[in-house]
Ligand binder design. Structure first.
Ligand SMILES: [Ca+2]
Ligand SMILES: [Ca+2]
Length: 300
């Protein structure tokens, strides 16, 4: 009898330890989170990835109306109020030394709120880890130029990824053509464990009241090359492939894992309803979701 009671207590303790580990893992996945609340440089993730600024990136209050006014406040995932954003004039860029370090880019997620200020004859990059030299090319989230040089329509979003740090790279259209002056939430996750259907792109048109949508792309890569290139918000380190961003960017977050749709900044977290007794049921739901493949654009 005594042993049975002890086993039950041990099981409960192990369950609590497991739950704590689960929640800690979810938080530890964040590599950098730039909110642009105090200034345009501070990393709110606690990892010390403070940005450096090149002239042309400024902190702006989120306006009552117009560009950026529909950026979330509070942020659904965290409940934090959101009062300001970063504004880019087409020559500005923010950067920090390789925030992923040597942890690799086998699987990762990048998120942001954006408002494209103008169509350009140069490709515009929202964020990237992509320098000029072979061995320093990893990835970039870009917006196609108006000249059709990428076989993409003007303002069509795409992901540039390299498996080996060199050319050739894979250009993956992401199924969204941005409208200037419209507020969007965008994100993508790269899952190196699948080989195919390895990129999930999320977007939500905030200005027109759309829902969170997702689309699947396939780079057929097992990993994105883990370079030591700087992480940049607006532009890349390779001026040959494109230019810097014109418009507003806010709440940039990168994670070293594949976030589920319920873990994105735009989503109200399912974990807010988590209790010890529902944990097993939620784990089952997560498991089922993990096996579901989305094809084409679907609401999430
Ligand atoms: Ca902000
Ligand atoms: Ca690296």
């Amino acid at each position: 009898m005594k042993n049975t009671k002890s086993s039950s207590s041990t099981a409960l303790i192990l369950g609590l330890v497991g739950l704590t580990a689960f929640l800690s893992t979810a938080q530890a996945a964040t590599i950098g989170y730039w909110r642009f609340e105090d200034d345009v440089l501070t990393d709110s993730s606690g990892n010390g990835n403070t940005l450096s600024v090149i002239t042309g990136a400024t902190k702006e209050a989120i306006p009552v109306s117009g560009n950026g006014s529909e950026f979330s406040s509070p942020i659904p995932q965290t409940g934090d109020s959101n009062g300001s954003m970063a504004s880019f004039n087409g020559s500005g860029s923010l950067s920090v030394a390789d925030p992923f370090g040597a942890s690799g880019l086998g699987s990762f997620t990048a998120e942001a709120y954006i408002n494209l200020g103008s169509t350009s004859s140069n490709t515009q990059y929202v964020m990237s880890q992509y320098d000029a030299n072979n061995g320093d090319r990893s990835w970039g989230l870009g917006i196609a130029d108006s000249n059709g040089t990428l076989s993409a329509g003007a303002n069509e979003m795409y992901l540039l990824v390299s498996p080996d740090g060199d050319n050739p790279t894979t250009l993956l259209p992401l199924g969204l053509t941005l409208t200037t002056g419209v507020d969007y939430y965008i994100a993508f996750s790269f899952d190196g464990s699948t080989g195919t259907n390895d990129v999930t792109f999320y977007y939500q048109d905030l200005t027109n009241g759309g829902t969170l949508m997702s689309t699947i792309g396939s780079s057929t890569m097992n990993k994105v090359f883990d370079s030591s290139a700087k992480f940049r918000i607006s532009g890349t380190g390779n001026t040959n492939i494109g230019g810097k961003f014109t418009g507003d960017i806010d709440e940039v977050k990168i994670s070293d894992t594949v976030l589920s749709s319920s873990e994105l900044l735009i989503a109200i977290p399912e974990s807010s309803t988590l209790s010890l007794f529902s944990f097993a049921g939620l784990a089952l739901v997560f498991g089922l979701r993990g096996r579901k493949r989305l094809h084409g654009k679907e609401s999430v």
